[in-house]
Write a protein that binds this ligand. Structure first.
Ligand code: BGC
Length: 873
């Protein structure tokens, strides 16, 4: 039975409301029992739901394309709905498949002129230098006819939650998230039909500072970076059964008051005074006579864009594993997992006298049995709940903050705190999980779980360095190195496409890419490996998802970045002066000076220039910009020649003589011939061995050192590096009980104490060094894309038969064509390999250790068995 299933753009098939594309691209996967299945043709049918008219059909189109296929029908206008389905034919001939289940897409407001609403802000002057109580806004709406279909289009300057008739609209957390607000502000489309009724209705919204005007940055940071007025933009559109419509938008007629959220900030935490609750505030009939008015803000609506990636949601709840009394007598809760989100409390049936304050403090680590908040620097990460007479049995969770924590300290709890009283609510961008890895070594599996948790904690709308201290910024270098791992684990295409649009929006006129995106810092310096996010991240998204559109959209930004660096490099074609992060956090660098690693920072800079020029040249070729392709290819050649002159001796020794230098030379293809590559590979392996198989690389070298070793044939050395447990190593934190990836290998000392030298930069949830996940997936598990979107895959696991090595491993990835898997097991000298190749793709299978010839296979499940050469034992 052959059966396609369909989705649209980079959205999940249950998230197709309010799309921003007039001609959304379609993708489908085909499930089939047939082996070696390839698509020969497809047909798309498009109809208008609820109308009896015959559907529009593309007719049979001879094509093997099934990923991000251009919208075949007439482009859509705002608010238009279409039901779409597809069927396919295989190249074996025969009948069409069954039709896919239809999906219904609906566009949002595609044109600023579609908005009749205006941004409104509470009347009066706030003191914007400090946190003030959250504004509540409301108005009532009379509906004369029952609603047949109702949509709420909404966004805010700040973060918002909306209620209609006392019910929360949607389940998004911290909407509209963080974007480069001045150029791109995302709005949401909600289906609110079920919340409305004929007669009187009320709509209410509560606003928080969020990223818009809350504190961002360290050493006290800055407030009001994007503006100093919180504001709401909401437009309710109701279609009635008789075809008439009611449209109510934010305007001067709304009312504004305050309520129980008296203080909130992303770093600071939230204070909720239940005594100030306004029961019924978002229901009709509430007496808002004492509330103030609002005023319309003069803000153009042409920066509004529909959401591209998934919203932030609550994705999991974790119960305490232990509640203890600390040596100083405090109540400390351990959730057993370092996570990002917040706590939800359920108060006892007798919550105590009104005015009782419950205080929640959060931390990632304990010191001497007490919460250690020093690594949070100035982030207070403290929530308060003040009990009212109505608090008995109430549940409460803060709305406009998040914390990175494993431990919480609870003070002021009425009675004895039990594990049923509170739960940790994990929040992050609700991407679809697409990748899994497992192997025979439980410590490596824990490392992998830590990588996944590091990603979950730092994909909260923006790809951040860390989620807990007074930083939480979109550091470009961190996502640059982590994006290949991320794109395997989750479908990141929408999330990163959205972030890349912010990167382009915040890029300076001279092509400089800010250190963080969105640019909350404002440094106008470019730095290698960080700014290269502009070229590498779109390339990685393209490789994983098959999306050429992301290259097309980002192309001007990609080009601007390399043009800037080429300009910096000048006539000698080397980026050899000015500020660089270099191989940031090389363990050799003193704790207080993470720049000072063993690798020349300018060697790193010119190596990255080559890499980015290669990517831009290849992107230009794909996009049909032939002149550009030629120009950037020849520039790459010139930079390579300059790199050789400056950094490589005639005998192939690379300057700095460091692991990172050799790994860059090998992985970025900077050496002219096999002899030099062999020499560099040998020297790299030697250096790793000399370092006792402990990490001797920073943010730049660590993600690629194992790949470079495998390329050099030093598989065993790579595995020894992976399986090392002494610090610095990947498994050292695992042995110390880590449940996330740390910023530093020695964040905790072997005795479990917090590294006193690193207190001011010691995050326990930093995905960057988890970039090794990519190597685990591609080389240990053995599953790698060999063509964009995994149209072809490469199954080429590496094995090391040394004592204590891995005896099996599995990588599984939901590609745009369907599930793919590589799984192997060693039984004595026999290497058993099995592979799942998705329909409409092919795979190249390369047996390890020269045990057989590579083979090409089509879709289906395959098994092989190889005898490994004896000399290998
Ligand atoms: C961040 C890093 C970032 C670095 C760059 C740090 O504070 O946490 O991960 O890339 O700064 O300097």
């Amino acid at each position: 039975m052959t059966h396609p299933s369909l989705t649209v753009e980079h959205r999940r098939d249950d998230d197709l409301l309010g799309i921003g594309q007039a001609a959304p691209r379609l993708s489908w996967t085909t499930s089939t029992d047939a082996a070696g299945w390839r698509q020969a043709a497809y047909e798309v049918e498009v109809s208008i739901p609820g109308q009896g008219r015959a559907p529009w059909s593309s007719g049979r189109i001879e094509s093997d394309e099934s990923v991000l296929v251009a919208w075949p029908a007439a482009p859509l206008g705002s608010r238009e709905r279409r039901a779409v389905r597809v069927r396919v034919w295989g190249d074996e001939g025969g009948d069409a498949s069954a039709w896919s289940a239809p999906v219904t897409v609906e566009t949002g407001l595609l044109d600023p002129a579609d908005w009749s609403a205006h941004f409104v802000t509470p009347d009066g002057d706030d003191d914007t230098t400090a946190i003030t109580p959250c504004p509540y806004l409301r108005r009532e709406v009379e509906l004369h006819e029952p609603p047949q279909r109702a949509r709420l289009y909404v966004t805010a300057l700040g973060v918002y939650e909306v209620e209609i008739n006392g019910h929360r609209v949607g389940d998004h957390v911290l909407a509209p998230g963080w974007s480069s607000y001045a150029q791109r502000l995302r709005y949401e489309t909600f289906d609110v039909t079920e919340l409305l009724r004929p007669g009187r209705n009320a709509i209410g919204a509560v606003l928080g500072d969020g990223w818009y005007r809350g504190t961002l940055g360290w050493r006290g940071g800055r407030r009001n970076i994007y503006g100093d007025r919180l504001a709401l933009l909401a437009q309710l559109e109701v279609v009635h059964a008789d075809g008439t419509t009611t449209v109510v938008g934010t305007d001067g007629s709304w009312h504004a008051g305050t309520g129980p959220i008296v203080r909130t900030g992303l770093y600071e935490g939230e204070t909720y005074d239940a005594r100030l609750e306004r029961p019924g505030w978002s229901s009709p009939g509430f007496d808002d006579a004492g509330w103030n008015g609002v005023r319309v803000l003069d803000r153009a609506l042409d920066t509004l864009v529909a959401r591209v990636g998934p919203p932030v949601r609550r994705t999991e709840e974790i119960r305490p594993v232990e509640i203890v009394t600390s040596p100083s007598g405090r109540t400390v809760v351990d959730f057993g997992q370092n996570l990002v989100g917040r706590l939800r409390l359920t108060l006892p049936a007798d919550a105590g006298p009104a005015g009782t304050t419950i205080t929640l403090r959060h931390a990632e680590v304990l010191q001497d049995g007490e919460l250690c908040t020093e690594p949070l620097r100035l982030a207070e990460a403290t929530d308060h709940y003040v009990v009212s007479d109505a608090s008995d049995g109430a549940a409460w969770e803060p709305r406009f903050t998040f914390h990175g924590f494993r431990y919480a300290e609870v003070e002021g709890w009425p009675g004895d705190l039990t594990a049923d009283d509170l739960v940790a609510v994990v929040c992050h961008s609700d991407m679809e999980r697409t990748g899994w890895f497992e192997c025979s070594d439980e410590r490596v599996n824990q490392l992998h779980r830590n990588i996944v948790w590091g990603m979950r904690g730092n994909f909260l709308d923006v790809p951040t360095d860390c989620p807990q201290r007074d930083e939480r910024l979109g550091w470009t270098g961190d996502i640059q190195v982590f994006s290949p791992t991320a794109g395997f684990l989750y479908d990141t295409a929408g999330f990163l496409a959205s972030w890349l649009a912010d990167l382009a929006a915040d890029q300076y006129d001279n092509g400089v890419v800010p250190f963080v995106v969105p640019d909350a810092l404002g440094y106008k310096l470019g730095a290698a490996a960080w700014g290269d996010a502009a070229t590498i991240v779109p390339w990685v998204v393209h490789r994983h998802s098959g999306d050429v559109g992301v290259l097309e959209t980002q192309y001007p930004s990609m080009r601007a970045w390399v043009d800037f660096v080429v300009e910096m490099a000048g006539q000698n074609r080397l980026w050899d002066d000015g500020f660089q992060f270099g191989d940031w956090l090389d363990p050799h660098a003193p704790a207080g000076n993470p720049f000072d690693g063993r690798t020349d920072v300018h060697l790193v800079a010119s190596a990255y220039l080559c890499r980015s020029l290669d990517i831009v040249a290849e992107s230009a070729r794909l996009l049909g910009h032939d002149d550009d392709a030629e120009r950037y290819r020849s520039l790459a050649g010139e930079v390579r020649a300059a790199f050789l002159r400056e950094y490589v001796t005639p005998n192939g020794r690379v300057a700095s003589d460091s692991q990172t230098a050799y790994a860059l030379a090998l992985e970025f293809d900077l050496l002219p011939g096999d002899a030099e590559r062999e020499r560099a590979g040998r020297r790299l392996a030697e250096l790793v061995e000399e370092a006792g198989h402990k990490i001797a690389t920073g943010f730049v070298g660590t993600p690629i050192v194992c790949d470079a070793l495998c390329r050099a044939g030093a598989v065993s050395t790579a595995y020894q590096l992976l399986l090392q447990t002494e610090s610095p190593s990947w498994l050292h934190p695992v042995e110390l009980g880590a449940t996330t990836i740390w910023e530093r290998w020695d964040g905790l000392l072997p005795d479990g104490r917090i590294n006193p030298d690193a207190m001011q930069m010691n995050s326990f949830n930093h995905y960057a060094l988890g970039a090794i996940g990519d190597w685990l997936h591609r080389r240990v598990g053995g599953l790698a894309p060999a063509a964009p979107g995994h149209r072809r895959i490469r199954i080429a696991p590496v094995v090391d038969r040394a004592e204590g090595g891995l005896t099996w491993a599995t990588s599984r990835h939901r590609t745009p064509y369907g599930m793919a898997e590589s799984a192997w097991r060693l039984r004595g000298d026999t290497f058993e390999l099995s592979a799942i190749v998705p329909p409409n793709t092919t795979a190249t299978v390369v047996p390890p250790n020269g045990a057989g010839e590579p083979v090409e296979v089509g879709s289906g499940t395959h098994h092989w068995s190889y005898e490994l050469p004896a000399e290998d034992t």
